[in-house]
Design a protein around this ligand. Structure first.
Ligand SMILES: C[S@@+](CC[C@H](N)C(=O)[O-])C[C@H]1O[C@@H](n2cnc3c(N)ncnc32)[C@H](O)[C@@H]1O
Length: 264
């Protein structure tokens, strides 16, 4: 994917410096914005994606729309938890303060933020993201985005740009309490304005039995997979315990691994 890094117009030296650093990290060419429109940059450099470093954060301009970090439903879900309501993901994970979670499919980090809020300061949430641009933008957002009340939960999440297939294989048995997957492949392309640019940037591969076996080895307590209710993936992967809201189209497959973490 041909990607260019630039800034907002009239960036100032701090934004230009940040853009140059990101260009070096990705790596991708940096283009000084000057008075050029994004469209002009796109045509001149034949770029599919332009990442603009702005005062509000990073924005990836893609053919499918703009992709930028925002906590999405995380704030509302956390508010509901505070008000004593259930969260199906939290229940499926059996999540409690102090637990460790490996979110193998970080995406925008919404589920990881909720997990980080529940596991709290003594807990640990690590988010893996295979797509470089998604890992960059979500990682940057989790470090810098200002929310109304859940900044601490964002800041505690460790982001790793890695493919779970390789990452899981390198982890000791039982090294996380919960290993979580929310893969892309079930989502229809035009389902929502947020998903369309994500789908273009994301790793769209399916969850395989081999990766699931590694997850079962790594999870001290549970492996949880988010899916659509009538998906055939649960049967395909041999998962029998499926939970979720009665009227929700989303549900969670659970594999109890029955071990405890190495550190327990
Ligand atoms: C549906 S999104 C996850 C959304 C996330 N649960 C949230 O709350 O925002 C799936 C993400 O997993 C990533 N992904 C897919 N396969 C992966 C792999 N093998 N390793 C790491 N990340 C992967 C995709 O790039 C995509 O960003």
């Amino acid at each position: 994917m041909n990607c260019i890094i630039t800034t907002a117009v009239k960036p100032g030296s701090a934004l230009e410096e940040a853009a140059n650093t990101i260009a070096g990290q990705l790596p991708a060419p940096f283009v000084a914005r000057g008075s050029q429109s994004l469209e002009q940059i796109k045509v001149k450099y034949q770029a599919e994606v332009i990442i603009a470093v702005t005062r509000k954060g990073l924005v990836a301009h893609t053919p499918g729309g703009d992709f930028f970090f925002h906590p999405s439903m995380a704030e509302l879900r956390i508010k509901n938890l505070i008000n004593g309501k259930d969260d199906h993901m939290v229940n499926a994970m059996g999540l409690q303060e102090g637990m460790s979670v490996l979110d193998c499919t970080l995406g925008l980090g919404t589920d990881a933020i909720v997990a980080s809020y529940v596991t709290g300061v003594p807990g640990q949430v690590t988010g893996l993201e295979a797509a470089k641009i998604v890992a960059l933008i979500t990682g940057n957002g989790l470090r810098n985005y200002q929310t109304n009340s859940i900044d601490a939960a964002l800041r505690r999440i460790s982001v790793v740009n890695a493919d779970y297939q390789h990452y899981l294989a390198g982890l000791p048995a039982g090294s996380f309490d919960v290993v979580y997957f929310d893969p892309m492949f079930r989502r229809p392309i035009a389902s929502s304005s947020n998903i369309k640019p994500l789908r273009l940037l994301a790793d769209n591969r399916e969850l395989t039995t081999a990766a699931l076996q590694q997850a079962v080895r790594v999870a001290g307590k549970r492996v949880v997979i988010k899916e659509t209710r009538h998906s055939s993936i649960f049967a395909g992967l041999g998962i029998q315990t499926i939970v979720g809201g009665k009227y929700s189209s989303i549900c969670y497959g659970i594999i109890e691994t029955g071990r405890t973490k190495c550190s327990d």
